[in-house]
Design a protein around this ligand. Sequence first.
Ligand SMILES: *Cc1c(COP(=O)(O)O)cnc(C)c1O
Length: 239
Amino acid sequence: MADRKAELAANLARVEERIAGACGTAGRAREDVTLVVVTKTFPASDVRLLAELGVRDVAENRDQDAAPKAAACADLPLNWHFVGQLQTNKARSVTSYAHFVHSVDRPRLVTALSEAAVRAGRETGVLLQVGFDGESESAAPRGGVRPADVPDLAERVTEAQGLRLAGVMTVAPLSGPYAGRPGETFRRLWEISTDLRSRHPAANMVSAGMSADFEEAVAAGATHVRVGSAVLGVRPRLG
Ligand SMILES: *Cc1c(COP(=O)(O)O)cnc(C)c1O
């Protein structure tokens, strides 16, 4: 366990240096970027060590793993972010521990999360996941909402009880015109965020960038970078 803590500390220090470097290059303040550590596939004991090392934001992508992990770590001062594809029948479970859901991409999910949050007496932060993996920007993406549908989905979130519109999120796509161009993807996300903030100024979170590309996300204005393997190591299984 001491070895694992030292390993995580060293990895965190390297990631911190990369974030600080990217902020410096972009002329941004380090405090403007929050590191969200993606702990999927890693045990609750790692989450505990990360909390001891000062991490305050963690993310998971599957409810069946996240729910028991969050319960095992309920004593820790952590913000939990849900970043995976979400089925409406998991909304109740996810709202019981997640402070933010980054992967909201359709009206039915807004309805389900709203009902669940109201029932739990909680307020859940919602980020709209913008999909760039369609054949074109106007084609339906496989994951996320089309850029053109962001305003309507945003209105639905602001009208829903129990939810607070917090911002936008994306994952750099593997297919479509943006494939292999994370910088361009993140700059487009920033434009979409700018539009959104003109109507909803408080929806100022921009969640973008993973281990391989978070410098480009910081350069493009990301406020939250989601970093897994660069902190925890290679994942034991696909997740
Ligand atoms: C797994 C995952 C990450 C982290 O990916 P790494 O490449 O391990 O940093 C970020 N965002 C989402 C949505 C993920 O599923």
